[in-house]
Every structure is written in C-alpha cells, then in structure tokens.
Design a protein around this ligand. Structure first.
Ligand code: SAM
Length: 237
C-alpha cells in the first residue's frame, strides 16, 4: 500500500487525513526505519508494508463507532507504537496512553512523541500487570495488538477500563483463543458485543477486532500475580 492508496483506503473508513497528519505518518515511517537499523523494533520495515500493516491496520480500530466519542484510550504492549500512535495522530482531542515493558521501544516512543508533537500521548515504561493494579477503572477504551494470548490480555487490561467502557483487542487469528476465553470474559463481567472480521486490502490477510463491554467494576483479585498468569500461559499454548 503506497501513500496514495493509504489515503484512499482511509477515506473508505471515513477518515480524511489533513496534510499535517499525512506528514506525521511519513515522519513516523522514516524514524521507524532509521531506528530499526540500531534497535530491533519491528520486522515490518518496507515503506508499503508500514503503511498497510502498521498504519492502516492500526486505524481499522476506527471501525468501532464508540472510538469517536472516547476521551481516553489505553494501548498495552504498544511496541513501536501500534495501534496507539496512529490513533493519536488522527485524534488529537483524545488522551492516548501507551504501556510498554521494553526500554528501547520506550526510548523510541519518547523521541517520536517529541518529533511529532503529540501532546495527547503519555508513555509508561511498565509491565502491564503492574500498570493495571495502579490504574483501575480509568480508561474509556483499552486495546492491544498482537501482544499475548487473548485470555492473558483480557485479565491484564480489563481492570483498567471504566464501567460501560470497551476492550478492543486486535488480532489476526483469534477464534481458538476466543473459545478458551469466552467464559472468562463473563467471569470478569464482560459482554462480547461484536466480532468484527475483515481482510486487509491488497494482501487479504484476515483480521479481527473484538468489541467487549465491561459491565461491572473488576474484582480486585484481578490481575493475579504474574507468576500465576504466566503459568497459565504455558497451558494455553
Ligand atoms: N502492539 C505492537 C504491534 O502490534 O506492533 C507490538 C506487538 S509485539 C509482538 C508485543 C509487545 O508487547 C512487545 O513490544 C513487548 O515488549 C510488549 N509486552 C509483552 N508483554 C508485556 C507486558 N506484560 N507488559 C508490557 N508490555 C508487554
């Protein structure tokens, strides 16, 4: 997907980029490529792949209408900023919080935030399990792309969401993970409202966004100690 195709595909999602936003995406791409020579931030590094698999893919979250009215969005395990930074570039009125445990990635994000003048972004160099204990019931929406098993990220992100807020995990193959997570979502007083499945343009790979509503305050038992969560992760794989 080249830059023009990116602009056109976003129009189909109802997003019209301003010239300044487009410049920000271009700068982001250049800095990602430059930093990636020194630090291993991402394996997706060609121009066209960055536009498609990082920028466009992240912005597909805008398919969820509630995103338009949300004021606070949390992205856990953001890596080099996906989906959080693309969302921040086109939603300057929203506060976007990024959580990442890898210090080198956090250094890149901090540099990027300054270069792109993203005053709506805040960055935490933290593990999700610690962050979740300290930031309960704070966010309108929590998301993450390609971080861990769905059951694990559900446990780590659910406590951070406000009651009536949404959890929007974004993944490529989610069916099997959803099967083993369905009951747990109910246990956490969540309700799976929608499974949004689509294919990425040009290469047709499948993507899914789950729309999970939080109905009640999360029991303080969650998130459990990471030793317990990681033990479970071994059995899930
Ligand atoms: N979301 C980004 C994307 O889609 O390109 C990055 C995905 S990468 C596969 C997973 C990221 O999650 C890594 O950068 C890793 O350091 C981070 N991560 C994994 N477990 C984490 C945890 N418990 N707390 C915070 N970050 C975590």
């Amino acid at each position: 997907m080249n830059k023009d195709e990116f602009i056109n595909e976003l129009k189909k999602l109802g997003i019209s980029l301003t010239q300044s936003e487009l410049n920000s995406f271009e700068t982001y791409k250049n800095l990602l490529q430059e930093y990636n020579k020194k630090f291993n931030l991402t394996t997706i590094i060609e121009d066209e792949s960055i536009y498609l698999k990082h920028f466009y893919d992240s912005l597909c979250l805008m398919k969820v209408v509630e995103l338009k009215t949300a004021k606070t969005i949390l992205d856990i395990g953001t890596g080099a900023g996906f989906p959080g930074i693309p969302l921040a570039i086109i939603n300057k009125d929203k506060k976007i919080t990024l959580v990442e445990s890898n210090g080198k990635k956090v250094s890149f994000l901090t540099f990027l935030k300054e270069k792109l003048n993203l005053n709506n972004v805040e960055i935490y160099n933290s593990r999700a399990e610690d962050f979740a204990k300290a930031h309960r019931e704070e966010y309108d929406i929590a998301t993450s792309r390609a971080v861990s098993h769905l059951k694990i990220i559900t446990e780590l992100e659910f406590p951070t969401i406000k009651v009536k807020g949404l959890f929007l995990p974004l993944k490529s193959n989610i069916e099997k993970e959803l099967e083993v997570t369905k009951e747990f979502i109910k246990e956490l007083d969540g309700s799976l409202e929608e499974t949004i499945t689509y294919t990425l343009p040009y290469e047709n790979s499948k993507r899914t966004i789950l729309k999970i509503r939080k109905l009640q305050e999360t029991n303080h038992l969650y998130p459990r100690d990471y030793s317990k969560i990681s033990k479970e992760l071994k059995n899930l794989r």
